[in-house]
Design a protein around this ligand. Structure first.
Ligand code: 5GP
Ligand code: ZN
Length: 105
């Protein structure tokens, strides 16, 4: 997706503070953190939003949550919040599916 800011971050065309990366996902620090720890976990594959998920994306979404868990365990977090905004009316500003991982550490 040419004009997608998160695709550009995934492709390293725009810098970000990388927290975690594997074949499927990239996690980086939110540019305007709303918690002491505020990460964004994105699939490298461009998917517009949860509303655009298809049946074949179910493993990807399972892996997304497990990857968030892995990052949290790696940081030794005892508690954290995961949330996904869906659509403009749901607070989604960037149209590349992403999960917020926040903690008050
Ligand atoms: P949304 O409201 O779409 O769920 O969340 C988008 C998030 O992306 C916001 O928290 C915003 O601060 C963050 N964001 C937007 N542009 C950039 C950017 O260029 N770099 C980083 N690291 N975060 C961004
Ligand atoms: Zn994208």
């Amino acid at each position: 997706m040419e004009d997608c800011i998160f695709c550009k971050i995934v492709n390293k065309e725009i810098p970000s503070t990388t927290e975690y990366e594997d074949e499927q996902f990239l996690a980086f620090h939110d540019i305007h953190p709303k918690s002491p720890l505020h990460l964004l976990l994105v699939p490298k594959k461009h998917i517009h939003s949860v509303d655009h998920l298809e049946f074949q994306d179910r493993d990807l979404m399972g892996d997304l949550v497990l990857t968030a868990q892995k990052i949290a365990k790696g940081r030794g977090l005892r508690g954290y919040q995961l949330h996904i905004n869906v659509g403009r009316d749901g607070g989604q500003v960037v149209d590349h599916l992403h999960m917020h991982l926040q903690a008050n550490i």
